[in-house]
Design a protein around this ligand. Structure first.
Ligand code: FES
Ligand SMILES: [Fe+2]
Length: 467
């Protein structure tokens, strides 16, 4: 293997065709954002292991980042009617998002202003025309104003100004409701970087939740999500012959992306990964098409002059379009097949592609440093003008449960088991104290570094402030 000595750090790339090469060769032009490339070297210093293991660091994240960062709490279709509400928990904090009027959404701390009781017990959907505390029965209207204080004669000192529900900032984008616990937070749009522009090509408002799986994972929330921020693990973890040529983009402090071509195969890139597993003859186009059968591709022969990617995309253009009831006749190969993954700081992943249309969210499990909650949603496009169906209840999986228990995940079940199967090992290795910092690839793992740099900004801005 030759060392790329003449290149500056971050300039080296895997051998073989790039994502841009593949997209340019596709027969159907991709949406413009997929042709953008945006990467800059962000440094190569180790990331301290204590960020994944230390209680003190976890507490700083809670106090200074989670309490100040925009994060999505639910979808609009979770609260379509007045009185619908959704409870979202993050660490010690809990927020009630409520449909308070026809076009109004409000959010409040899920805490009684009398003696502090948590108002609504469990996370998730609910309904009520008032919010009532289970302890002494204080209640509030949907706009957060006081509805009733039993034995009011004893509380002349409690009034709207002092005892309304404590409001939480809330804004919407793409059919998602975002909340921010910081009353002085900058508007959500400032954290969305390129997302509104890019996703004008992939409207998320017009997607429905087909499946929601919520699993506990045995690792710090950052380690867990970092396992989904690179395709570098594909060779070893998934035993897959591609991933080395994925494209990584960093669009700003908050948004990054990878594009990983599916249905292509680059023998050259395997030279970069001289492991045992993929020292084998080149895959034929027919064999590649065989791999794409997981998408429901029916055909198995690849005529002269065509590629597995062409055939699979053509098949999906018809079959997926029919199943979803939408016109996909112009959909590009990339939109139909590729794994296209945007990350929005701190913890949201959005996949605009149609073959793998997911949304992820990672967050700490309560106040556990070494365990987190992974929400996995499959979000399919819907025909224009159609009303959102009621979202499915989440399927809950514990740490030791397998994704293969969820039938609807089909071929993705074993893939998620592979993705999450390393996490307990990684967390144990980190906790051993044997290394002080983790090492990141300059290109393939740059999104992870970006996330830590933005986290640092939250931590240091708050420290300089009035903490
Ligand atoms: S603590 Fe809520 S009504 Fe008393
Ligand atoms: Fe993976």
């Amino acid at each position: 293997m030759t060392e790329p000595t003449r290149l500056r750090p971050g300039d080296a790339r895997a051998h073989g065709p790039t994502v841009a090469d593949t997209l340019r060769q596709d027969r159907y032009p991709p949406p413009a954002p997929l042709l953008e490339q945006c990467y800059a070297f962000l440094g190569d210093a180790p990331i301290p292991v204590s960020r994944y293991t230390s209680r003190e660091f976890f507490d700083r994240e809670m106090r200074q980042m989670w309490s100040r960062a925009w994060q999505w709490a639910c979808r609009l279709e979770h609260i379509p009617d007045i009185g619908d509400r959704y409870v979202y928990d993050i660490g010690p904090y809990s927020i009630i998002v409520v449909r308070s009027g026809e076009g109004d959404i409000s959010a409040y701390h899920n805490t009684c202003t009398h003696r502090g009781t948590r108002l609504l017990d469990s996370e998730g959907s609910g309904y009520g025309q008032a919010i009532t505390c289970p302890f002494h029965g204080w209640s509030w209207h949907l706009d957060g104003s006081i509805r009733n204080i039993p034995g009011r004669w004893d509380f002349p000192h409690a009034c709207e100004a002092t005892h309304s529900l404590r409001p939480v900032r809330c804004e919407t984008w793409g059919g998602f409701v975002f909340v921010n616990l910081d009353p002085a937070a900058r508007p959500l749009t400032e954290s969305l970087d390129v997302l509104p522009e890019h996703f004008s090509h992939f409207p998320l408002e017009q997607r429905r939740i087909k499946l929601h799986v919520q699993k506990k994972l045995p690792a710090n929330w950052k380690a867990a999500q970092e396992a989904f921020m690179e395709a570098y693990h594909n060779f070893e973890t998934h035993d897959a012959p591609n991933g080395g040529n994925a494209q990584y983009d960093i669009f700003g402090k908050y948004v990054s992306r990878f594009i990983h071509n599916i249905g292509t195969y680059s023998p050259q890139s395997l030279d970069d990964y001289p492991g045992e597993k993929w020292r084998q003859p080149t895959l034929s186009e027919e064999e590649l098409l065989g791999i794409l059968a997981v998408f429901g591709v029916q055909r198995s022969n690849v005529p002269e002059g065509e590629s597995a990617r062409d055939i699979a995309a053509g098949d999906l253009r018809r079959s997926l379009g029919e199943r979803l009831g939408i016109d996909l006749s112009d959909a590009s190969e990339s939109m139909l097949l590729d794994s296209i993954e945007y990350h929005l700081f701190p913890n949201m992943f959005l996949f605009p592609g149609l073959g793998v249309p997911m949304v992820y969210r990672f967050r700490p499990d309560g106040e556990r440093v070494d365990q987190c909650i992974f929400d996995l949603l499959i979000m399919e496009p819907m025909p224009e003008g159609q009303e959102h169906p009621e979202p499915p209840e989440p399927v809950h999986l514990e740490v030791d449960d397998s994704y293969t228990e969820v039938q609807e995940l089909r071929w993705l079940g074993p893939v998620y088991d592979e993705d999450t199967g390393n996490l307990a090992l990684q967390q144990r290795g980190l906790a051993s104290g044997a290394i002080e910092g983790i090492t990141l690839g300059n290109y393939q793992e740059a999104r992870i570094r970006r996330m830590h740099l933005t986290l640092d900004e939250f931590l240091s801005a708050s420290e300089a402030g009035n903490d």
